[in-house]
Design a protein. Structure first.
Length: 180
């Protein structure tokens, strides 16, 4: 299935988790944590291979995931896993988690922004960038930065589904495409 199709199928499950989270005290953070852990667990190669075993029933798959997660899941989280298993949707957990996080960000008026640069960005520059983005986007900005020396210079900014590539490597790749 294409990535967009996976996201479309995952959306109702993310909405259901989000609705349940809104009804609970500290629900948004709890569901965020549970879904992130479930997604990370499903993406582990050993767990993924075990879940792909055609001899396992849907209940076996749910039990496998619940066994690995132990006490990390609330009763609601455990029920959620059982429903996903029943409809053969456990593999969608990474997309469900990602979609849930977007819903949570929209609800909280926050935005996760990742800045990748060729060199270390100072705290003052991070604060300045976060302030400019907050003003432009009218949201609280949660900024994370990392260094990728392969960029040669400049930055790549990722905010939800927007990518701004102002790196030297990106510009060279664009120039190469134009020349070919």
């Amino acid at each position: 299935m294409a990535e967009s199709e996976l996201t479309t199928v995952a959306r109702p499950y993310a909405r259901a988790a989000f609705s349940q989270a809104l009804e609970q005290a500290a629900g948004l953070e709890n569901w965020s944590r549970m879904l992130a852990m479930l997604a990370a667990t499903v993406e582990q190669s050993t767990v993924n291979q075990a879940l792909d075993n055609p001899l396992l029933t849907t209940q076996d798959k749910a039990n496998l995931l619940l066994g690995v997660m132990g006490e990390e899941l609330s009763d609601y989280g455990q029920n959620f896993v059982n429903v996903l298993a029943e409809y053969n949707r456990i593999a969608l957990l990474p997309q469900i988690s990602e979609t849930y996080e977007l819903m949570k960000s929209n609800h909280e008026k926050t935005m996760q922004v990742e800045v990748v640069s060729a060199f270390e960005i100072g705290a003052r520059d991070e604060k300045k960038l976060a302030g400019a983005l907050k003003e432009k986007l009218q949201r609280e900005i949660i900024l994370t930065s990392s260094v990728d020396s392969d960029l040669l210079g400049g930055v790549v900014i990722r905010a939800e589904d927007t990518v701004i590539d102002n790196s030297v490597r990106g510009k060279l790749e664009k120039l190469s495409q134009v020349l070919n």
